[in-house]
Ligand binder design. Sequence first.
Ligand SMILES: C[S@@+](CC[C@H](N)C(=O)[O-])C[C@H]1O[C@@H](n2cnc3c(N)ncnc32)[C@H](O)[C@@H]1O
Length: 374
Amino acid sequence: MPYEISDKKREWYRHVAEKSRMRKVAAINGELACVVRPENKPKLYPEALMPLLPKNGFRALSLFSGGGGLDLGFERAGFEHVASYDVLDVCQRTLQRNRPAWKVFGGVEGDVSRQDWSSYRDSIDVVHGGPPCQPFSVAGKQQGAQDSRDMWPSFTKAVKALLPSVFVAENVPGLGEPKFADYVEKMISEPLSKDYHMTRFLLCASDFGVPQARKRLFFIGCRSEKIFRRFRLPQPTHSFERDLLCFLPRTMGVREALGLEDLGWDALAPTLRSGFTGPRKSTSILNSKASQRVWDRLQIWPNGVQKNRTIAGQFPPENEHFRLSVQDCAILQGFPEDWHFDGAVYQVLGQIGNSVCPPVSYAIAKVVLELLGG
Ligand SMILES: C[S@@+](CC[C@H](N)C(=O)[O-])C[C@H]1O[C@@H](n2cnc3c(N)ncnc32)[C@H](O)[C@@H]1O
């Protein structure tokens, strides 16, 4: 999609990027009068939010795998992946690097719209996937079926070809809005309802210990009505809001999760934006003007994310707020530190911002496991 951005705005972005680059060079050469900050030691261990379950013998196929959020949650819940597909080579490299033994397809071979699924017939228990959300997100202009990136038809086609016992699909909350009711009816319910009993629901990442305000819409379908009757919504395991009746463990705020100094105030991180969308190859995670105010209060700088904590510490922003690294952003999305993302910073942020938070995916995978009788 061509970016709609004026020459003036482009020039301004160029100017800011150049100024920032010069500042970074000066910082690395020790020419900047600023205090080098020691590396932060996060207090949140996302792997502890998804204790590894024994292998359950059920086989999953991952479509639109991205940086692996759904894949990781399902794996930690004991599912085996038969194969994972994403059209972007960088996503294929990420998954293959973390899981060398997996069958991961990228580029044309990973294009879900071009596959003939017959070779997997009768060998898949669960198909899971997050078709691109841009057709339904505000940032993507909400063009729905008119958007060439709409991949729901390819998702439903794969499910119909494979007829797994259960499918799980994920998208932005926007898809649940009344303006897309016809879309959901025509493009999701109609094609699948002959073979599946379906439900949909919203989940908040912070209800599963992730220190971020992030909602996502999920669809679950079951082949058999008997299995579908066992369906129960994933129950929150954590809570950020504390009230007297809440006995759930506390979801950390963003400063605590990243191991930053206590300001006497903390909050959930605003929704991390996907770096793949927007007018440029952005290294910012800023999602909206309102979220800028939250980051300001948190004294965290949401722009110019760096590739590691050492560089982020050497190169404080002018207002001396905390500069983020990609590892910090991954933690705020619920990825364990040892999950490596391939690519340039903007591509890593794209994979992180596009992903289902793995602890949320894990909660869903556990529900699927119960449905399957595991
Ligand atoms: C919302 S992201 C999925 C995130 C993933 N579920 C996770 O949890 O990390 C959508 C992905 O669909 C991929 N994609 C877009 N068009 C595709 C196509 N035709 N075939 C395969 N993947 C595609 C994008 O590259 C992107 O990684």
